[in-house]
Design a protein around this ligand. Structure first.
Ligand SMILES: Nc1ncnc2c1ncn2[C@@H]1O[C@H](COP(=O)(O)OP(=O)(O)OP(=O)(O)O)[C@@H](O)[C@H]1O
Length: 344
């Protein structure tokens, strides 16, 4: 078992404290995605777990072992942690089998482990190929197989799909997910892509201001973020000022139900809802409520469309509708489900 436990981790780079009290627990055999603004320290966190930077304070445990603790730093090669770099970094002069074998101790390089790993990443027929003969996605799968070769307790993936096109990325996410699950490895995935984090990971963490601001299941992270900062990070957010009275808020969209939260007080609030919570039509489920709006912008994505809709007070909200955008400009829109409110 290889549960990851990070407590009070502080990492200084040059003059700057990049990580400042990171606490993160990742259950054995699960994948946690790390999201956060550019430069917030996501790669630094992976490097600290791998052993390439030495924290000033804090502890990192993997399974029953302490990787970093007071007065104790385990060497990178003794940690049982594999880092899959963004570029894959295969050896061009070695064939695929030899690239994968490179991850194994010398005495195991001729064993059946290489063919097991080729099977695991779906490249059984490519043992003799050279890296340049494979597509970008296939090369990434080889890099993953090489990382998994020594059966590490922990696999670290740093933006592994960033350089790939959208279709390849979609397929590869599912393949990498199932290869990691089959290997039983615990994994940390750094990504800029919210869809990738929500669709691939068992849990999603947002790193902000040197700390973990949120770590929860993808559904709770998307639907019930604790504050506006993290809510914005997990997908598009419609923000509107409102006035909260008796569990309902008055806002430019009419009167909406608000999720009750401990500590949320009546009075001025900022409402945060997702664009798919706005629907077009003649009113709410009971045919009442909602408000009139005028479509000012349309973006068509095939499976859905995003509309910019101006409300009567001049504010503009974004609504996501299935399929094609409507042709008419004047619409009626209403809110589905309770919305979250944050103190203002
Ligand atoms: N050797 C270094 N000395 C000083 N500062 C550094 C060093 N390496 C990185 N930094 C700074 O530390 C911060 C965190 O870098 P890191 O690469 O971990 O961020 P990130 O969240 O992975 O960024 P991105 O999403 O843009 O890849 C950045 O502001 C970076 O400029």
């Amino acid at each position: 078992m290889s549960r990851l436990g990070i407590r009070g981790l502080q990492v200084d780079l040059g003059e700057r404290t990049v990580l400042d009290g990171v606490d993160l627990e990742v259950e054995s055999g699960t994948l946690a995605a790390i999201l956060g603004p550019s430069g917030c320290g996501k790669t630094t966190l992976l490097r600290a777990v791998a052993g390439f930077v030495t924290p000033r304070r804090g502890t990192i445990r993997l399974g029953g072992r302490v990787l970093v603790g007071p007065g104790h730093v385990l060497a990178p090669e003794a940690r049982g942690v594999a880092l899959v770099p963004q570029e894959g970094a295969l050896f061009p002069h070695l064939d695929i089998a030899a690239n994968i074998a490179f991850g194994l101790p010398r005495r195991e390089r001729r064993s059946s482990r290489v063919s097991e790993l080729l099977d695991l990443v779906g490249l059984a027929g490519s043992a003799q190929a050279r890296p340049h003969e494979l597509s970008g996605g296939q090369q990434h799968r080889v890099a993953l197989a090489r990382a998994l070769a020594p059966a590490p307790g922990m696999v670290l993936l740093d933006e592994p799909f960033a350089a790939l096109d959208a279709t390849l990325r979609g397929n590869l996410r599912a393949e990498v997910r199932s290869a990691l699950a089959a290997a039983g490895a615990t994994a940390l995935l750094v990504t800029h892509d919210q869809d990738e984090a929500l669709s691939m990971a068992d849990s999603v963490a947002v790193l902000q201001g040197g700390r973990i601001a949120l770590h929860d299941s993808p559904v709770r992270a998307y639907e019930a973020p604790p504050d506006l900062g993290t809510a914005r990070f997990l997908g598009e957010l419609v923000e509107l000022p409102g006035d909260l009275v008796a569990g309902r808020a008055h806002c430019a969209l009419g009167e909406v139900d608000v999720v009750s939260e401990p500590g949320l007080r009546e009075g001025p609030v900022t409402l945060g809802l997702r664009p798919e919570q706005l629907r077009l039509g003649g009113g709410g489920p009971a045919g009442v409520g909602g408000t009139a709006g005028v479509i000012r912008g349309r973006e068509y994505f095939g499976h859905d469309s995003l509309l910019a809709i101006e409300l009567s007070d001049g504010s503009v909200v974004r609504a996501r509708v299935a399929g094609r955008p409507p042709l008419e400009d004047e619409v009626h829109l209403y809110v589905v489900g309770p919305v979250r409110a944050y103190p203002r």
